[in-house]
Design a protein around this ligand. Structure first.
Ligand SMILES: Cc1cc2nc3c(=O)[nH]c(=O)nc-3n(C[C@H](O)[C@H](O)[C@H](O)COP(=O)(O)OP(=O)(O)OC[C@H]3O[C@@H](n4cnc5c(N)ncnc54)[C@H](O)[C@@H]3O)c2cc1C
Length: 415
């Protein structure tokens, strides 16, 4: 490449959105991945653009819920016993961030990103010719107990503060939206301003194609080859070494593989999650993602069939898959919706890259001039990819950022 202004490492939805936003500002950009665009975590998610997400997931407060997880009876969570000592400090920090005042604070700090989520995706989809994947049909959350529904009061108050519409529904109201749901729940909340996509991989690929059309270059290479070359950074690729003054790390759950050897250790853990595809029985159908909140799984219509995704599994990122949550949740899922045969025989495993305070890190890498971070998007990387791309491109280009990025600085984890 003749001149490269910026290298983006990682072509998931986050890195691809950043590369596209940088290219839109006229920068010469190389997007580097060791695999195909969007094929890792950004492939297998639930496809929800959670513009109306408010509170982050919290550490269980009730002893009963904790006990069910501990006894491996919970469908919403699983863990590898051998991994607990390693993840214990992260879990303690996560628990500390889960007290109600801090959850509300997190909601307010993350709000500027979430507020742009749907509009920024739609803008990129329009220029990338990908609007056919977008469904602006909201999402539906189901509650099986009145206790769980009653616990939503703080979330409803924040929704009013943020100006987010919602509809609290009874069973008939939910079935009016999704007639194929069986009445195994008692209450529901419809969030009309959320959106979803029918193929997350195709969306990331469309953004990459648009990036290429703007002159961006996609290269295959191992990000761990990154090193200083004079006052620039250099990464080795199949096309030879590429160097640039600015490098963005958007490696999702693999970010520590690059950052720790460079001396930057941040408290990232992964919440692993699985998906399987099913056919619907007869004429049964879904129009939108549906979450069975207390059982921690989601069903959503995708091009491949009904995708069922699981909640969190605390295990080492590279440990062998243990999809035991399906055994626990399938009877509940089948009672809720007439799932038929498997649409394919694959069980997909992905790793949500999470910081304990449920905020991403977006901004400069402390102590590493020219290096930028866009990592830790947890349950919302698809949602927040384009807004993150806009924010980081504004910061790198020296433009006025659309929101104060202070809340996303990596320095919050450093002494
Ligand atoms: C079950 C499940 C359901 C989810 N549902 C949703 C949802 O509904 N909505 C939502 O917003 N989010 C959802 N998420 C979260 C979302 O999928 C992630 O936050 C998001 O995909 C992270 O994107 P990313 O670009 O940071 O990471 P990735 O997509 O993992 O991209 C990182 C890239 O880095 C590359 N890479 C890694 N190491 C190297 C290396 N050494 N050299 C070169 N390249 C490298 C990888 O190949 C990969 O392409 C879900 C996640 C899971 C697991």
């Amino acid at each position: 490449m003749a001149r490269t202004d910026a290298i983006v490492l990682g072509a998931g939805i986050v890195g691809t959105s950043i590369a596209l936003h940088l290219a839109k500002r006229g920068l010469s950009v190389a997007l580097v991945d060791r695999a195909g665009v969007g094929e890792q975590t950004s492939y297998g998610n639930s496809g929800v653009i959670e513009g109306s997400t408010i509170l982050p997931p919290a550490f269980p407060t009730s002893f009963a819920a904790l006990l069910r997880v501990a006894l491996k009876r919970a469908s919403e969570a699983n863990y590898h016993l051998s991994f607990l000592p390693q993840v214990a400090p992260w879990l303690l920090a996560f628990r500390a961030a889960s007290v109600s005042g801090r959850l509300a604070e997190t909601a307010r700090l993350n709000r500027p990103l979430f507020a742009r989520a749907v509009a920024d995706h739609e803008a990129l989809m329009e220029e990338a010719g990908a609007t056919q994947y977008l469904r602006k049909t909201g999402w539906l959350k189901l509650y099986r107990s009145d206790t769980a529904f009653a616990a939503l009061k703080p979330e409803f108050e924040l929704a009013a503060e943020f100006g987010l519409p919602l509809q609290a529904l009874d069973v008939a109201g939910a079935q009016a939206l999704e007639p194929s749901l069986n009445p195994v729940f008692t209450r529901a909340v419809f969030w009309p301003k959320a959106a979803s996509v029918s193929n997350p991989l195709a969306v990331t690929r469309a953004y990459a194609k648009r990036f290429s059309a703007l002159g961006g270059v996609m290269l295959v290479g191992d990000a761990r080859s990154l090193h200083k070359a004079g006052n620039r950074w250099r990464v080795e690729t199949n096309e030879g070494g590429v160097d640039a003054p600015e490098v963005v790390v958007a490696l999702g759950p693999w970010a520590p593989d690059l950052l720790e050897p460079l001396g930057l250790k941040l408290p990232m853990a992964v919440k692993r999650g699985y998906h399987r595809h099913f056919r619907a029985q007869g004429n049964a159908a879904l129009q939108r993602p549906v979450v069975d909140v207390e059982n921690g799984y989601l069903i959503t219509p995708m091009e491949q069939g009904i995708r069922l995704t699981t909640g969190a599994e605390f295990a080492a990122r590279d440990a062998a898959p243990t999809p035991v949550q399906f055994d626990r949740l399938m009877p509940k899922a089948r009672a809720l919706f007439p799932l038929g045969e498997r649409a394919d025989d694959k069980t997909w495993l992905g790793s949500r890259p999470c910081f304990p305070d449920s905020r991403p890190v977006i901004g400069r890498a402390p102590g590493l001039p020219g290096l930028w971070l866009a990592i830790g998007h947890a349950h919302w990387g698809l949602t927040l990819g384009p807004a993150t791309g806009r924010l980081l491109a504004e910061m790198i280009s020296g433009d006025q950022p659309f929101c104060d990025p202070a809340a996303y600085r990596a320095e919050r984890f450093l002494p």
